[in-house]
Design a protein around this ligand. Structure first.
Ligand SMILES: Cc1cc2nc3c(=O)[nH]c(=O)nc-3n(C[C@H](O)[C@H](O)[C@H](O)COP(=O)(O)O)c2cc1C
Length: 402
């Protein structure tokens, strides 16, 4: 597919927005191209890619192909990198620049492995390094696009403010602030602290943490005055969140399977299917292009959390193949994948990216591609959380299957 993408200026979003900019959080394994396409259908203004290790991205073609995909309509999109030095970050930014609208430096990941590598929130212990990375990127990436930082609150609010002010002096385009410290995994975000930071800087601030619905976004915006509100967990469970619906709709589940199905088709295959009218019973092959089973299934598990009754969820969550998932959706919710019309297909199909033109000295490294279920998913799928409204859910479920 010849590369030709729509381009949107991220900063103009903040300038033009009457209310606040709605932002889908960077999420490893999850905020990939298909999910970004889905949330854009539901009022999401700005999407982040999952965090990508900048050094692997620079050194491994496999990493580049696995970690970032895009399509014509995937804009505005910010690609987030984890890096512990300016050289890796700048090289990764230069590689991806033609295919995105901005790059972001992860200064929030609290996991032990990140600390060991000196990336994520470990960077906050050496702010000079962060300033250097932002400055170098500003100086060396020629394309006009945004350079942003996503960080957490430090224990000391004054220090948080100092870092944000300094980042502004280095030319950062905007900052995202997760209103929890690295030791606070859950619980409410510190709204007052975010507000204090917002009042101390002039560049746009996106606030993040603990928002689960559109009212929560509005409250966050009103209380902090931030120009953007970012949501992670809430949008996984309910991708329609920014459009005001409080639960995932069946139409959204339908859109998800359509997006995933169409993203696995080459243009050639698409044309054959359209011409032969073989669109009655679409299937996703077990090893499709551009899509992993995990990505497809995990998102459905999250979305169906409040749609399926518990006994059905147990069955659904344990499914292991595309065919069994599609069969389940057809039998239980009456859903089957649909082929897009030609224009939608062309705008949504995954584009080939040729990074070779931009590579100077590529030395292939062993790149670790994590294929296990992941801790986040395993924890989500423990059934310790019994829904108290089991009966209501059953009713919704039987309505949707009529
Ligand atoms: C599954 C998952 C993956 C995440 N991956 C990333 C990531 O790649 N980069 C990042 O900066 N934050 C990541 N986060 C943190 C979120 O971006 C966000 O800051 C955090 O979840 C708080 O927002 P929430 O309360 O709306 O979920 C991740 C969170 C989750 C739940």
């Amino acid at each position: 597919m010849i590369y030709n993408r729509n381009v949107n200026d991220v900063l103009s979003l903040f300038n033009n927005s009457e209310g606040f900019v709605t932002v889908c959080a960077p999420m490893v394994r999850y905020s990939k191209i298909q999910f970004r396409s889905l949330v854009r259908q539901y009022n999401c203004d700005l999407c982040f890619s999952p965090m990508i290790m900048a050094d692997s991205f620079c050194k491994s073609e496999k990493a580049r192909q696995n970690e970032f995909s895009t399509n014509r309509n995937d804009s505005p999109v910010v690609v987030q990198f984890a890096a512990n030095n300016a050289a890796d970050f700048v090289e990764a930014a230069n590689l991806v620049a033609p295919y995105c609208d901005g790059v972001d430096l992860n200064c929030g990941c609290p996991q032990r492995w990140a600390k060991q590598l000196g990336v994520g929130c470990a960077l906050l212990e050496d702010p000079q390094n962060i300033y250097n990375i932002v400055r170098e990127c500003k100086n060396q990436v020629t394309k006009p696009f945004t350079i942003s930082v996503k960080m957490r609150l430090l224990n000391d609010l004054k220090e948080t403010v100092t870092i944000c002010k300094q980042l502004e002096m280095c030319g950062v385009s905007f900052i995202t602030l997760h209103g929890r410290t690295k030791l606070q995994q859950k619980g409410e975000a510190n709204i007052n602290a975010i507000k204090t930071v917002r009042e101390s800087i002039n560049c746009p601030l996106i606030s993040n943490g603990g928002v689960l619905d559109l009212d929560g976004c509005k409250e966050m915006h009103e209380k902090t005055g931030c120009k953007g509100v970012m949501v992670g967990n809430g949008i996984l469970t309910n991708p329609t969140l920014f459009s005001g619906s409080n639960t995932t709709t069946i139409a959204c589940v339908q859109s998800w399977i359509d997006i995933c199905y169409n993203s696995t088709l080459t243009l050639e295959k698409y044309n054959i299917l359209r011409q032969s009218k073989q669109i009655q019973n679409p299937v996703i092959p077990e090893r499709p292009l551009n899509l992993t089973f995990q990505c497809f299934h995990h998102h459905l598990v999250f979305m169906l959390e409040k749609i399926l009754p518990r006994f059905k969820r147990r069955i659904f969550n344990g499914l292991q193949t595309f065919s069994t998932v599609l069969h389940f959706l057809k039998e239980n919710l009456g859903l089957t994948c649909k082929l897009f019309d030609e224009e939608t297909f062309m705008n949504s199909c995954v584009l080939d990216i040729n990074y070779y033109n931009f590579l100077n000295n590529c030395t292939e490294i062993n790149y670790y591609n994590h294929q296990n279920e992941g801790k986040f998913f395993s924890e989500k799928c423990t059934f310790s959380d019994v829904y108290d409204e089991e009966e209501n859910i059953l009713n919704i479920f039987s309505e949707t299957t009529k």
